[in-house]
Design a protein around this ligand. Structure first.
Ligand SMILES: C[S@@+](CC[C@H](N)C(=O)[O-])C[C@H]1O[C@@H](n2cnc3c(N)ncnc32)[C@H](O)[C@@H]1O
Length: 257
């Protein structure tokens, strides 16, 4: 029996047997007690999605585009950028033109594979280094980057960032450099740690290729909205209908000199 609550359709896709897909480093962060159950834990179900159905995940994020104001707010002409939790590159592809050297840190191997494929197809394979790693143990030297950024990846929970992860992002950022958390899920937690908030206005939509795909994806990821998406024949679905905050916010800190 799958309990009701957020992410029920996603939770029902996986079982505890699927946890074998995690490496030991992943398991120590995502199932620290060793006994997780994706039927009950939506965060765990997302981690399984990244590894077991990475193309499905990529179709979702390709439709959930960031507010253009968020990308243009970021420093535009810097030497080094580190992105953590890069996924399949929703933000990474935008960073290519903004830094001379970009390192994309991503723990999930299937997402790194998709991101490398996109970079190669865009002829940027050499400009961006895609490497494994975690928020709490970034494989980069102190003061390495002018901008350290995470998009829809950092949370206050230790497995997905937490105090250790924020300290690592700040360690890797040079003095007077910028640490930015895009689409933050716990703004208060970040503002309590000296981060400031910027939000960009205007209507925002999740844009699928056609209504058939919009319905298919809504049934999995936004089931409460699926009937309305079907009835209205939408390809572009307003974020308000989905009941989630649109990707229009960022929190940032400029480090002391
Ligand atoms: C919702 S996805 C966002 C991916 C991408 N930044 C984007 O906006 O499309 C969350 C990402 O965070 C990564 N992630 C999860 N836990 C992590 C950790 N402890 N350290 C680094 N990345 C992590 C996941 O593998 C996944 O790629």
């Amino acid at each position: 029996m799958i309990p009701n609550g957020p992410g029920r359709e996603l939770r029902r896709r996986y079982t505890p047997a699927d946890l074998d897909v995690f490496t030991s480093d992943e398991a120590s962060r995502f199932v620290p007690g060793g006994d997780g159950d994706p039927h009950h834990d939506v965060v765990l179900a997302w981690e399984l999605l990244y590894r077991l159905e990475p193309e499905l995940y990529d179709r979702l994020v390709s439709a959930e585009r960031l507010h253009p104001g968020v990308v243009s707010w970021l420093p535009g002409d810097v030497d080094r950028i580190a992105e953590v939790g890069a996924g399949t590159g929703r933000l990474t592809m935008e960073l290519i033109e903004r830094g001379r050297h970009v390192v994309a840190v991503e723990p999930a191997m299937p997402l790194r594979r998709i991101l490398r494929g996109k970079l190669a197809a865009a002829d940027h394979g050499a400009r961006v280094r895609v490497i494994p790693g975690f928020f709490d143990q970034l494989p980069l030297p102190d003061d390495w980057a002018d901008l350290v950024v995470a998009c829809s990846a950092f949370t206050p929970s230790p497995g997905h960032g937490g105090e250790a992860g924020l300290a690592e992002m700040e360690r890797v950022c040079r003095p007077r450099g910028c640490v930015a958390i895009i689409w933050p899920n716990h703004l208060k937690w970040l503002t309590a740690r000296g981060y400031r908030h910027v939000s960009f206005p205007g209507p925002m939509y999740v844009e699928f290729g056609n209504n058939h795909e919009a319905v298919e994806m809504a049934e999995i990821f936004y089931p409460k909205a699926a009937d309305e998406v079907r009835r209205r024949g939408w390809r572009k679905v307003p974020f308000d209908v989905l009941g989630i905050n649109p990707p229009r916010d960022l929190a940032f800190k400029v480090l002391a000199g």
